[in-house]
Design a protein around this ligand. Sequence first.
Ligand code: PGA
Ligand code: ZN
Length: 400
Amino acid sequence: MTLITDVALRRVLDSRGNATVEADVHTESGGFGRAKAPSGASTGEYEAIELPVQQAIARAREDAIPRLVGEVYAGDQRAVDAALHAADGTDDFSHIGANSAVAISMAAARAGADVAGLPLFQHLGGTFRGNTFPVPLGNVIGGGEHAAEATAIQEFLAAPVGAPSVEEAVFANAAVHETAADVLADRGVACGKGDEGAWAPPVEDAVAFEVMAEVVETVTEEVGFEIRFGLDVAAAELYDAEAGGYVYGDRVRDTDEQIEYVADLVDEYGLAYVEDPLDEDDYDGFARLTERVGDRTLVCGDDLFVTNVSRLERGIEEGAGNSILVKPNQIGTLSDAVDAVELAVGAGYDPVISHRSGETEDTTIAHLAVGTDAPYIKTGTVGGERTAKLNELIRIEHNA
Ligand code: PGA
Ligand code: ZN
């Protein structure tokens, strides 16, 4: 193992045109790693704190870099991440910023892989991991916080559960995305795209369900394996306690009605996946829905768990959900993200490694998914910052 000799931080662009943090980590043997922080728009209340980029960089330079340079081995990820926590001194990275922390954590992992001469997924997972590939869940139609004047439900996702390979799955999702535009056009609906490249049509959710059902059937016939679809309801964004529940345009559903609504959707459309169907504080609602439909669909907590082991522990105790979304920047380091994956797997929860709506060409999550044998990854269908991850998965599958 070789010591970290330099950490450089800079401001670069993300896919929304906002600033984000890029980190370079160098080691004494000439090892090098580079990574960039993503950024959410429908962020959970309990996520680690993203600071304004210049502030995050200044504070990390002042307090974190001196604890890393000449002190920590790049390949010792636990030590890197412990140094980041020690430098921060809070429980939510509000001092150095989760954006600085996650960029440094991921760049150090890359440098560690470089020193070891291993692909990142193998450095992260070891030699007995990395033999299974995640099913890519791809956002095809969406609205919510990612596009104005579109659907209330944030994401309608293709789920190519029967795909024989990552490569086939990635192309199936692209075909679903393309076919969805055709079906929308046939209905006279013209639309642009939201932050993740999904179509953002000005239609009621009911229309999006019809379109998705038609499209996955069509593309399933074309490709010859099963494609289902799923949702990220991002219900915390719809929930308004004063209004008495979940606000869908003119209609408000209380918690019982929301559970009923989502459970009916699962059965009517054979949904493979339902993320954040209830508010980020509603463990009980998650548990009730999981009790009803958890044997036939994934009930995934994103804003509920925020990749946080303590919140996941509570969910496991209460039977809330059967799946967790894992976003390294929600918790600030790769070690914390891997801890969440391992706790989840041990409790029978399926981890879904995920991008954010604001992304870069960084491919770390593709390696994290393969290196942890995660059964799913959520990283869009088209657009350069999404295809960066998807194409990396194809390369990993081909040992390229
Ligand atoms: P975000 O959206 O990155 O804007 O939080 C993604 C999600 O909610 O899963
Ligand atoms: Zn989500």
